[in-house]
Design a protein around this ligand. Structure first.
Ligand code: 5GP
Ligand code: ZN
Length: 106
């Protein structure tokens, strides 16, 4: 997806503040944070939303694995993991991503 902003971030063509990576996913800080910790977990393979992502077990499990690793490090175990799905629900970037929202690690 050549015009997809998160594909470009995955490829390193657009810089991001990365906090984690595995074979199938990356995690980076949201540019417009809505909580003290606001991190996006993004599959490397393009899918438009959680419905499409969940049809690829490998990609989905890599997202969940990275969420587990990042939340252990960046939160105190109390957080939201949110997938806005569709314009009416507030989705603005149509490359699937989970928002980790937390007060922080302390
Ligand atoms: P959505 O509204 O689709 O659930 O979430 C998209 C999120 O991506 C928003 O919270 C927005 O701030 C974030 N975002 C959009 N463009 C960029 C970018 O270029 N870099 C980073 N780090 N975050 C972005
Ligand atoms: Zn994409």
């Amino acid at each position: 997806m050549s015009d997809c902003i998160f594909c470009k971030i995955v490829a390193g063509e657009i810089p991001s503040d990365r906090v984690g990576e595995n074979e199938g996913a990356i995690a980076f800080r949201d540019i417009n944070p809505e909580a003290p910790v606001h991190i996006l977990v993004v599959p490397k393979l393009h899918s438009k939303n959680i419905i499409e992502l969940s049809q690829n077990e490998e990609s989905m499990s890599k997202v969940m694995e990275l969420m587990r690793e990042v939340t252990q490090r960046e939160t105190n175990g109390h957080f939201k993991f949110l997938f806005n799905t569709g314009e009416e629900a507030g989705q603005t970037v149509f490359h699937s991503h989970g928002h980790i929202l937390s007060q922080g690690a302390s």
